[in-house]
Design a protein around this ligand. Sequence first.
Ligand code: SAM
Length: 331
Amino acid sequence: MFSYRHAFHAGNHADVLKHLTLIATLRHLMRKSAPLTLVDTHAGAGLYRLDGDAAQTSGEATEGVLPLLAAHGSRSPRAPARPDEPGATDAATEDDALQDYLSMVASFNTAAGPVRIYPGSPFLMQRLMAEPARAAVRDRLRLFELHPSDSRALQANVAQLDAGRQISVQAQDGFEALPALLPPPAAPGGSRRALVLIDPSYEIKTDYTRTATTVQTALKRFANGVFLVWYPIIARPEAHGLPRRLKTLAIQAQRPWLHATLSIGQPAADAAAALTRDKPRRPGLSASGMFVINPPHTLAPRLRAALPTVLQTLKRGPGQGWHVEEGGGAR
Ligand code: SAM
């Protein structure tokens, strides 16, 4: 069975890039009143304790969401006290992708005191679905998580939302399950809309190929879907090849695409030495990317506005940088 547990990585720089992109994309899609089918093929546990053993052991949020919140977060006084209470945002916050992301994370925490809870992708999507302006639309969320413990944790976290049939959780292979959900059911007006997040752990090498073949099948079944794929930037041919394959698939399907990357760089040599003395640990992931097929036209400018601030706050040393590239004419 898999050993990857997202609790060790929650709120790291990779989650920052992924969740910023996810929220900015969904914000745009939710401007239209037709319902959306949202799919998270690799959902994780849904909610994470940043003060729990796993997050404290890795310390990854201290190089991700935590310094961003400290430097740029407005711990909104309107933040709800309970995670199942929709928070409130305004149009200006929505346009600022970084503020939107940070206030969303803050809204899962109490206004005063340390940030203890980090919301994973299922809870970010659910929170947007439940916002007062959106709740009546009744979007649907389909979650897949294969790890028995994380799947149980996700079930329990989702059960607290009392969302009924609006949210389903299945301990199933998300790659295998996705094709059957596409195309999504037609809304009363006849429109079919879907956003799919594919966020594997890439613990096994075949995850790279499975991601590409799943996107290929999904595009054949529903070329209008918005597909977001997260991948690690590591010294492995499969990791370098994945965005290239996704770009080819988008071009073959004649769909617009966007590719965003964020690298916080390698830790400076003396900082790394100090870390090794105090708390031995493997150097973590330093860069990752998001590949989006059918991105909204607002996504690239929002990421280009947000990523310089993110990098300025999180940069560690050699190799740091960000880039946003798009092709095919975003919609
Ligand atoms: N999407 C989550 C978020 O952003 O909060 C994080 C997901 S984590 C990177 C990847 C998850 O996929 C892990 O919890 C792992 O157990 C799960 N997983 C691995 N292979 C899977 C598969 N084939 N189908 C569904 N889940 C899988």
